[in-house]
Write a protein that binds this ligand. Structure first.
Ligand SMILES: [Zn+2]
Length: 55
């Protein structure tokens, strides 16, 4: 199944073993986020939660 990342717009082929496959198969309008964007979001989120401190 071909899906498009809703952040970077990159197309990706996912298989049944992908964690979002069932969700996207049921509802193709569901947002898909590729692992690169997911990692970036996670990184940004973890940075945001860190207290701001001078180095
Ligand atoms: Zn992406």
């Amino acid at each position: 199944m071909e899906v498009k990342c809703s952040i970077c717009g990159k197309k990706q082929e996912i298989t049944k073993i992908h964690k979002d496959y069932q969700k996207l198969a049921r509802n193709p309008k569901e947002n898909f986020i590729c692992w690169e964007c997911e990692n970036r979001l996670k990184y940004q989120a973890s940075k945001k939660h860190e207290p701001q401190r001078p180095i």
